[in-house]
Write a protein that binds this ligand. Structure first.
Ligand code: 2RA
Length: 329
């Protein structure tokens, strides 16, 4: 397989390379792609050096699959050009996620909907992926009526500049500011930009993408997305109102039995998910599962996952694996 990684020098692009190596995808040719300023630099993949090429050069090479993580404007401009030469694009930006004719895929939920005709496939937002991966089996069994989500998101989701600001603050140094506030002693209720309705794009992604992926517009969703000074992953407190009665231990077992989910839930010995432990892993970790006694048919839980891996790069590579395994590319 000729596989392009578009945005290869970015944080997610770099993780995509590592995941491709770890999962030993059949990559006959790697095509690292980045902006003009990076063309000619080198990246290491499977202990070999590869020169970064331009978009134009990459399109001419006609990759079988192109993993994109270069921002929405780049995806809007170039994903169709790759698709036009027969490449299947898996796009990590928000550019195509809510397009009616594009599929928004978490493989363990809805990969079966993919066909050879899907030439631009959207990878959901990181905070959505870990949440719907957990909600999907619960929705199938109990029917979800409403979700109330509070996120505690890693600074890596903002980008390199924010990570550098955090590191500088810890070391007492001055440097470029991704936020006009201190990060390391703070919790900033502002992920992405604010919309007219008073919610941020991040919060509305949780609303809209959840309904699309679970294919149920009746699920009521509301969210508050907060940035906190951690690097290991995103954490989410989720209050889930079912349409039917549930049993707490049955919920715990159902999640334990779901591939890709690890239940860490024993408060007697302080076992619960934390970004520090999730960092560098691909699973979604679930704990603090407990009935909400303030409302019938409702459960609370705590969901943690590495936002650069399952929240972005791993999910994208898993889509590629599915396409290859099912002869869809
Ligand atoms: C964030 N979900 O964490 C976005 C991804 N960059 O800000």
């Amino acid at each position: 397989m000729k596989i392009a990684v578009v945005g290869v020098t970015g944080m997610v692009g770099q993780v995509m390379l590592r995941i491709l190596e770890e999962r030993n995808l059949n990559v006959s040719t790697l095509i690292p792609v980045a902006s003009e300023k990076s063309v000619g630099t080198e990246v290491t993949f499977k202990n070999k050096q590869y020169k970064v090429v331009s978009m134009k050069q990459a399109i001419e090479m006609k990759p079988d699959i192109a993993l994109f993580s270069a921002g929405g404007s780049v995806s809007l401009e170039f994903a169709p050009q790759f698709a036009a030469v027969g490449t299947t694009v898996i796009d990590n930006s928000s550019a195509f996620r809510m397009d009616a004719d594009k599929k928004l895929i978490v493989p363990e939920i809805n990969a079966a909907s993919l066909t050879k005709e899907d030439k631009i496939i959207a990878n959901p937002n990181c905070s959505t992926i870990q949440m719907v991966a957990t909600m999907s089996p619960l929705h199938k069994k109990y029917g979800i009526k409403r979700l109330v989500i509070s996120t505690y998101q890693s600074i890596t989701g903002t980008g390199v500049k924010a990570v550098e600001q955090l590191e500088n603050e810890f070391q007492g140094k001055k440097g470029p500011m991704a936020y006009p506030y201190q990060i390391h002693k703070n919790a900033i209720p502002h992920c992405d930009v604010f919309e007219e309705n008073g919610y941020t794009k991040e919060e509305m992604k949780l609303v809209n993408e959840t309904q699309k992926i679970l294919d149920d517009r009746t699920i009521a969703v509301t969210a508050t997305a907060v940035r906190i000074p951690v690097v290991g992953g995103h954490s989410e407190s989720v209050n889930v109102e079912f349409r039917n009665e549930f049993d707490e231990s049955a919920v715990r077992k159902l999640l334990s039995d779901t591939p890709g989910i690890t239940v860490q839930d024993n408060v007697d010995v302080n076992v619960y998910p934390m970004p520090l432990m999730a960092h560098g892993k691909d699973d979604v970790f679930v704990g603090r599962i407990r009935r909400d006694y303030s409302q019938e048919n409702t459960v609370n839980m705590w969901i943690v996952s590495d936002n650069l891996r399952k929240g972005a790069a791993t999910n994208a590579v898993q889509i590629a694996e599915y396409l290859i395994a099912n002869d869809l590319v």
